[in-house]
Ligand binder design. Structure first.
Ligand code: NDP
Length: 347
């Protein structure tokens, strides 16, 4: 069934995954379209953003944000049209960025809802290059990574929403940029289209020697998106005073236990100490939400001038969101993953 004006399709959390999520963890249900009360707006979802952090929300574990309860609608950022407004700050027809979740319709009191230009050419960019992943890439690299001309920057998940922007911003700062991605096709794209100096496939058996060859002067900044074996490969090559913006650890989001093999904690601590490496985690909106304007002032001109390129992986239909999300955790997406839930204008 396509989006319509009679039913609210919702994807809820049916059960908590143990390891990688499966389709049975999600449930597609139909309910009545909610009504906007006094001071509220009714939102219709056009685009839904699918992001790795959603895997953490499926666990019943303490984190920086509460988990999704069983039976609740999956959380997520979205681009929506205001269908009904009983709120002074919004009008019917406004295009907004919201956090309305995996569903066709939702009601909001306007908190955290940001208006976009209603005639914006690519509204879904508000979920990517001009939204949360863009802010993440910009702030993580510029504030924590502190890139300097001539330095070597390595970024993992190099063609994804965050990584593709980190690498391109790094090039604009004069860095030598080396990406790490999951296929030859992705690596070719990073070099040919995004302008990276090199990109290595983390599935190659000789990744370690390839990386050492490409990064012959060591690594000054490692933008960490994945963890696991990629981090193990990078660690010995980090230079003194290297910076490691710790953005994500997607390789371990489906893990149910600590990794097998020797305990590497001593090695990590030793490297941090002796090389005086600065490794800093961050949660983008908590730490940098107040600097959105600064990011936008840099990113919009870069995007308009073509200095930053942006690729989306667009999936059609809310009913395909669960499978697409499962694929995201296995590297099946190529670019920022968004779901087109409904048309920009619904008859
Ligand atoms: P991407 O668009 O990069 O998609 C995820 C990619 O991760 C996949 O395409 C795949 O790329 C890679 N990947 C998946 N599993 C593995 C694995 N086992 N080993 C290595 N790579 C893997 O996602 P985003 O750009 O949205 O997010 C990137 C990271 O940034 C995530 O860890 C996310 O949690 C984090 N993040 C953190 C934020 C913060 O505030 N700290 C905010 C936003 C994102 P490939 O095929 O190339 O391996």
């Amino acid at each position: 069934m396509n989006q319509n004006r009679n039913v609210n399709r919702q994807i809820t959390l049916n059960s908590r995954p143990h390891g990688a999520p499966t389709l049975s963890n999600f449930n597609l249900v139909e309910s009545a379209i909610p009504e906007a009360g006094e001071g509220e707006i009714l939102l219709r979802t056009i685009y839904l953003s699918l992001d790795p952090y959603m895997r953490g929300r499926m666990n019943d574990a303490k984190s920086y944000a509460p988990p999704v309860a069983l039976g609740e609608v999956m959380v997520g950022g979205s681009i929506c049209r205001v269908e009904v407004s009983n709120h002074q700050g919004f009008e019917q027809g406004d295009l907004v960025v919201a956090f309305s979740g995996w569903q066709d319709y939702s009601v909001s009191n306007g908190e955290g809802v940001i208006k976009l230009d209603s005639a914006m050419e690519n509204p879904s960019y508000g979920l990517g290059v001009l939204g949360m992943p863009g802010l993440t890439a910009y702030m993580g690299l510029m504030d924590i990574g502190q890139p300097k001309k001539g330095e070597t920057l390595v970024v993992a998940a190099a063609t994804g929403a965050v990584g593709s922007l980190v690498g391109q911003i790094g090039k604009l700062q004069g860095c030598k940029v080396v990406g790490i991605a999951g296929s030859k096709e992705k690596c070719d794209y990073a070099v040919r289209e995004l302008g990276f100096d090199a990109c290595l496939n983390h599935n190659d058996a000789d990744l370690e020697s390839q990386l050492a060859t490409v990064c012959s002067n060591g690594i000054d900044i490692y933008f960490e998106n994945v963890g696991g074996k990629v981090f193990n490969t990078v660690l010995p090559l980090l230079n003194s005073k290297a910076r490691v913006p710790l953005c994500g650890l997607i390789a371990q989001y489906n893990a149910t236990d600590l990794p097998e093999g020797p305990d590497r904690m001593g090695l990590l601590m030793g490297n941090l100490l002796v090389k005086r490496i600065k490794m800093q985690g961050f949660i983008v909106f908590d730490d940098y939400g107040h600097r959105y304007d600064e990011f936008q002032q840099a990113m919009v001109p870069w995007l308009m001038s073509g200095q930053i390129k942006y690729k989306e992986d667009k999936v059609s239909g809310l009913e395909n969101a669960s499978a697409a999300f499962i694929g995201l955790l296995q590297g099946e997406n190529f670019g920022k993953l968004v779901v087109q839930v409904g048309p920009e204008h619904l008859d």
